[in-house]
Write a protein that binds this ligand. Sequence first.
Ligand code: AMP
Ligand code: MG
Length: 431
Amino acid sequence: MCRNGGRLVTKPPNPSTDCSTDFEPDSLSVTEARRCILGDVRALTETERVALPTALGRVTAVDVRAGLDVPSATNAAVDGYALRGTELPQAGFHELRVAGTARAGHPWRGSLGAGACVRIMTGAALPEGADTVVMQEHVEGTADQVRLAAGVATPGANVRQAGEDIRAGGIALKRGRRLRAADLGIAASVGAAELLVTRKLKVAFFSTGDELCPVDGGKPPAPGMIYDSNRYSLHGLLGRADLEVHDYGIVSDDRVALEKLLSKAAATADVVLASGGVSVGEADLVRETLASLGNVRFWKVAMKPGRPLAFGAVGRACFFGLPGNPVSVLVTFHQFVLPALRRMAGERETEPLLLRVPCATPLRKRPGRVEYQRGVLCRTPEGVLTVTGTGAQGSGILRSMGLADCYIVLPMEQGEVRAGELVEVQLLAEF
Ligand code: AMP
Ligand code: MG
């Protein structure tokens, strides 16, 4: 429904609109807006090769295949004695001669005969003929001779098979994977000192509003002015390894200045983000400016906070006009901008993970919009996970976001939430 040649996307008026709900006929649903955005943005095709230590948080551009088995040899999982499983006694005891020692990096080169075992340390390659390791703690004896009791191990015990982690020729890391700590270790385990990743996305951002005062301007805000906090929330949101960010500061509510800045930002960035000025007030010029320089795909979403959210394009850059209210900036970034950035970086999974938990307290809500209330998860003394609202949920109460560890996602049709009712939550840690 969004692919309409770059024109404005609106929905037909709904005659059931009334003022007991938050429903607005010309807004897109969250799902439609997300689908529209993800349908519009394209994954980057440019890649770069990066050294492994700097690859954290980047997205793999190709499958990383293993050129060898990991582990490369069958080896001991514990310190003990390597032997043939057939030497394990069924009943009573069995004595074995200790033929030598194998340590990690120093294999025992002989071949294990009948009645013999090899003292072996964790990680050492299993000697030829051995298939079992008996833990040191389960064995009695001297340096030359050990005594095994029945039941100390089963044949094949305490052995890590060659290739049991990753097989030679298999895929160690899939393409489109945002690299986490373990992935760097996986890459190293298959000998990849460098990885081919998607190039960094260029993201430009600025704040709009005559009332804004820069926090680093050296002057306190004049009466009626406020510090620009959104740009700093955005610095935090955009502090990701795969982004190259450009802070364009503050622009006043002036058509010419806004046009100039938006054109300049769009000329070099892949994504441009602005906050403020997307509503319908006299000073809200972002939507008009977007329409004059490029195209507006939609500008209103049935959600709270965050209703005015403009999405479109200027030249090759995609543009998000985020709301001015400080909480709305974070919510709309998480719900719309981040999935877009992930898609552009070539990352695979973008569906949010929602958990169902009982809500400990009642929550105020009217049908008609999806709400992202801020919540805190906690465990009851009985060990049950519950969620509580952070208190006042106004879109200007930025502290509600600071206190929260999750969004309580209340669907469009949902009314008041009763204490104990099940709700869905999305962990902020996911972002
Ligand atoms: P707007 O969408 O421009 O009408 O802004 C909505 C509300 O958010 C107003 O109260 C603005 O003062 C406030 N606001 C807009 N931009 C910022 C910003 N960068 N930092 C803090 N508050 C802002
Ligand atoms: Mg404004």
